[in-house]
Write a new protein. Structure first.
Lengths: 114, 112
């Protein structure tokens, strides 16, 4: 079983839809949770990050972390064609034996069509 | 402030050739790392460094060497390229280990 599971999609939605992207994980030591957006043939770009449980909102994007369920989500409101990209969840344990490395999900391919 | 830069953007090698992928950051970050990204495999950690003079192996280190003589630079060396090393390589940095990492634009490497 992978430490981080993410549905690879692909996910196709109409413009204006609410998009929900999710990851589950098995390592209870993870403390930092991130979402990256990666456009085709580009590097991953940090979208949002949260520390421990809770919600964080930034414009049309909301990140949620539920550590009790080992589940994180990214919501995109009023989705736009420019949101079409691969979305990667990532998480890290700052201590322990992992030396702070990020563990990534497989990425979900999202297409928002006009 | 350029962030994380990588050169070259593209490279084609023949089996057995060696080369160095360059990575530099201007954010004074202590932690730097190299990933490779392959279809269906996600991002996999090759090597990482927690500061100048300190490096360690990640998940897939075989066939790669790194060094960190300065805070800014973290080159990745392919010793004897193999077709299995065809991939997209990303360098990333963060202020300290375990925190948010910032990625470079990537190097697309093809080994024939």
């Amino acid at each position: 079983q992978k430490e981080v599971e993410q549905d690879p999609g692909p996910l196709s939605v109409p413009e204006g839809a609410i998009v929900s992207l999710n990851c589950t994980y098995s390592n209870s030591a993870f403390q930092y949770f991130m979402w990256y957006r990666q456009y085709s043939r580009k590097g991953p770009e940090l979208l949002m990050y949260t520390y421990s449980s809770g919600n964080k909102e930034d414009g049309r994007f909301t990140a949620q972390v539920d550590k009790s369920s080992k589940y994180i989500s990214l919501f995109i409101r009023d989705s736009q064609p420019s949101d079409s990209a691969t979305y990667l969840c990532a998480m890290s344990d700052p201590g322990g034996t992992s030396y702070g490395k990020l563990t990534f999900g497989q990425g979900t391919i999202l297409t928002v069509h006009p | 402030n350029a962030g994380v830069t990588q050169t070259p953007k593209f490279q084609v090698l023949k089996t057995g050739q060696s080369m160095t992928l360059q990575c530099a950051q201007d954010m004074n970050h202590e932690y730097m790392s190299w990933y490779r990204q392959d279809p269906g495999m996600g991002l996999r950690l090759i090597h990482y460094s927690v500061g100048a003079g300190i490096t360690d192996q990640g998940e897939v280190p075989n066939g790669y060497n790194v060094s960190r003589s300065t805070t800014e630079d973290f080159p990745l060396r392919l010793l004897s390229a193999a077709p299995s090393q065809t991939s997209v390589y990303f360098c990333a940095s963060s202020l300290t280990s375990g925190r948010v990492q910032y990625f470079g634009p990537g190097t697309r490497l093809t080994v024939l």
